[in-house]
Every structure is written in structure tokens, then in C-alpha cells.
Design a protein around this ligand. Sequence first.
Ligand SMILES: *Cc1c(COP(=O)(O)O)cnc(C)c1O
Length: 387
Amino acid sequence: MTRIFADDLEAGLATRAIHAGQRPEPHAGAIMTPLYLTSTYVQDGVGRNKGYEYARGKNPTREALERNVATLESGQHGFAFASGMGCLDSIMKLFRAGDHIVVGENVYGGTFRLFDKILRHFGLSFTYVDTRDAQRVADAMTATTRALLIETPTNPLMRLADLAAMAEIAKKHDALLVVDNTFATPIFQRPLEVGAHIVWHSTTKYLNGHSDMIGGVAVVLEDDLANRLQFIQNAAGAVPGPFDCWLALRGTKTLPLRMKQHDANGRQIASWLAERLGHESVIYPGLESHPQHDLAARQMSGFGGMITLELGTMARATQVLEKVKVFALAESLGGVESLISHPASMTHGSVPADVKAEMGLTDGMIRLSCGVEDVEDLIADLEQALA
Ligand SMILES: *Cc1c(COP(=O)(O)O)cnc(C)c1O
């Protein structure tokens, strides 16, 4: 009997999510990938081993997760890291002093912090641009630009970048297109298929989906790039432990199911909020009132559960943040449970006030990560908090 376990890109995403990268364990046939809690591997003889030497380099539980996510993204190689930021930091080690990087101005606050407070001092230079406008991105590319780093949709302003246009610009300048696909996930958006070179995630969010671990993963298509990233992964060593990989691998099995429900709840809650508060107060790419709804509908197959509200004042935002009972006030997103947050002071607390103002991030904004609870309960909770 042949079984689908390999990295079969012909299979649908739900089948890939459950099987890719995994095979029954050889001793007893355990259907679930075991937790390989080991730092080293016994060798058959000098220079003879089973392909595993030391667990910073390779761990079978980690490999299963890496192949699983690589297959979900239609990539060839996956590399897991101890956090999303650890993943990005390792990606950035592909570059060297003197290299210039063009970055979306709306990227995750921690991404901005890593670049501005740390990597800038290592001789990398960064130009931040509004990636909604392909012309501005093209204009920011220089002779020393080695990469274009984007996020779409962005957090929390839900601004989109046209992935195909970004890939074209990167290609023209011989730069790598690096996409943070944490928000949309491979279920709704497929950057490698339109020309991105590296797709990365905070697996902490939707991929794991249960808010019980921290991790990151990068996926690439090309062998040469994969070899360089694998070298960095082993040499710099920001690797995750096997248990976190095991949890994330359990999480990805239900990713397609969960995303379907996050999307259904997100759409329904966004429409309800738009009715209740007015379309101008609700930022959600799935609403026709979103200025980039057409692009969203073209390059995404779902819009997910992330919604941002503009409530006008900090006082009004605080009222809602403190009155909700089902939504929990917390950082992070993408878990099965609904969360609510205040981006200006939480996720973007490290972004300077003038930069926040410039990018349109206000004190009156709150961000919802709609979970997979009964949508009626989520709406009732928001209704009482807004009252
Ligand atoms: C959370 C997050 C990160 C950082 O990942 P960690 O796992 O927290 O290190 C990066 N990008 C986005 C879009 C995120 O939401």
C-alpha cells in the first residue's frame, strides 16, 4: 500500500496539512510523528551515520514540521526557528554590511525594532516605503538593494501589497522578495507561487493556532538559497526544541479547517461592525468598503479573522478593551480563542510616536483576532462592550 506522506504538491491543502512531511514511525508504526528528545545520534562507525549527527543541525520532529510547512507553501525547503523574530534574524544573515533593504513601512513592530535597533548597527541600511504603491517601491530600489521585505495584509492597518507586482520589482533589481505570510497563511495567500523567494511565518500565530508555543519557519524554493539558509540555521543555532515543533505540527493538521472558520467569523463580525459603527470605522479587506478590496479578492482566497476598528479616542478604545468578556485582552493573534488588543501601546509600543502618526496608527484603534467560537457569542460580546 502506498501512502501519501511525502511532499506531494498534487494533493489538496487539507491533505497536505495532515500528511506532508510525515510517515509512520518505523518501530511500532505510530501514526503520529514521535517527539525526538535527543541532542545527539549514535553513529554506525567513523564517518557513517543515519544522516543525523547533532540536533542543532537536524531533528526528525523538526524536519517533519519543516517539510509539512514547506509543502503547504508549495516550497521545496523549510527551516524552523525558535521564534518568528529568530527566523527573520537568521534570514537577514543572508546579507552583509553595505547591503540595502527595502521594507514595507507597516511591518510588524518587532521587525522594525530588529532592523532599527540592532541590524542597522551591522552595516545594513533600510528604506521604509508604503508598499500599497508599487511605484514608490520601485523608486526606493537602488544598485545595492538586495531584498524587498513585505507583509500583506499589514498589522494592524490591513494594507495590502500586490504580490505579483512586488515580485516583478524584486526580479528586475536582482533582489530577493521576502514575504511575512503570518496573517494570511498559505491557506489564503501563496507568495511563492507568484514569485517570492522566501516566505516566513511566526508559527506562534495561525500555523500552530493554539497559543501554546513560540516559533518561526521560513520556506524557500531554490536549492542554493536553501543551502545558505540551512547553513545559517545550524551555524547561528536559533532552532526550536522538538516539543514546540511537535505542537506546531499538530496545529498545522487543522490549519485549513481553522482558517475556514476564522474567515467565516471574520466576515460576519466585520459586516456586523460596519452596520453598527459605520463602514469608515472598520478595516477589513473582505469588506467592499476597504480601499484595496479588489486586490484582496484577487490575490487572497479568504480574508481571515483579523479586524481593526477605529473608535476615535483612547477613552472609547479603553472602554471596549476592558468591557469584553469572551474576547481576551492580550497580545498575539491567530489562536482558536478570540483576542483583542490596542496596537498603539501593545504590538507597536516600540514604534516612535511620530512614525505611528505618519503611518496612520491611532490611539483609538483596537484590533480583533476573531477566534473560532460561536459567532453569535462573539457578536453579543462586542455589542455589550460597545454599548
Ligand atoms: C508575531 C509576529 C511576528 C513575530 O513572531 P514571534 O513568533 O512573536 O517572534 C512577525 N510577524 C508577524 C506578522 C507577527 O504577527
